[in-house]
Design a protein around this ligand. Structure first.
Ligand SMILES: *Cc1c(COP(=O)(O)O)cnc(C)c1O
Length: 221
């Protein structure tokens, strides 16, 4: 499948999921997860009209941000956990940070951010998996209030990565739990759904879906 065909196929599925859910297509942003892929591939996707890209690693984000600075309208989303010492790269390059789960990282981001506040989503470990990053659902309100006290960040929503499963429907209860938690906190953005389960995520209210493999193919190792 060509890159063009892959983007068209995902777009058709996003649109169909929005229609099933009675949501406008404009309610969902497709974040094209380009981690580990070369800048040239992002350039090609930009040529197809894609503007929002997701990167996991702070240094890789820094390098791609610099290498692709000539492309108009690019919007970088940092979607992976960041160490405080690397927060400066995210603060400089990102428009949105999906993986905030530590106050020390929030403080470092706020300290380094210039210009418009960095839009952040708190990452929540809904299933309580020991191997996954993210705060507990019970801890969300406390972190939200702490981050709200910082000047250069705005918390806009929540992110989750449900347990890996072959059946996309297995993710549904975790997506529903995240949506309920966000509603209770008065937060609107929901970053949930990857290649395996983005359609279910859209049905459950995702406003940001993070899709890599379905768009770009397998990642180079
Ligand atoms: C890599 C990654 C994705 C993309 O996963 P795919 O299965 O390739 O769509 C989404 N979110 C996060 C946090 C990731 O690390």
């Amino acid at each position: 499948m060509s890159l063009r065909e892959a983007f068209a196929a995902v777009e058709a599925r996003v649109a169909a999921a929005c229609a099933r859910a009675g949501r406008p297509r404009s309610a969902v942003t497709l974040v094209a997860v380009s981690k580990l892929h070369p800048p040239q591939l992002i350039r090609e996707a930009h040529g197809l009209g894609q503007r929002v890209f997701g990167e996991n690693y702070a240094q890789e984000l820094r390098d791609k941000h610099a290498a692709l600075a000539d492309l108009p309208g690019l919007e970088w989303h940092a979607i992976g956990p960041v160490q405080p010492k690397n927060a400066k790269y995210v603060a400089k390059a990102a428009t949105v940070f999906h993986a905030l789960d530590r106050l020390d990282v929030a403080q470092a981001l706020s300290q380094r951010r210039e210009g418009a506040p960095l839009r952040c989503l708190l990452q929540v470990n809904v299933a309580g998996e020991a191997t996954k990053a993210g705060i507990s659902p019970e801890g969300a309100r406390t972190l939200l209030e702490q981050v709200r006290a910082l000047p250069n960040l705005t918390v806009v929503g929540l992110t989750t990565l449900p347990p890996l499963h072959e059946d996309p429907n297995a993710s549904r209860p975790y997506f529903q739990a995240l949506a309920t938690l966000a509603r209770g906190l008065g937060l609107e953005a929901l970053s949930m759904g990857t290649t395996g389960d983005y359609e279910v995520a859209i049905e459950e209210g995702a406003t940001l879906v993070r899709v890599g493999t379905a768009l770009f193919g397998a990642r180079p190792t």
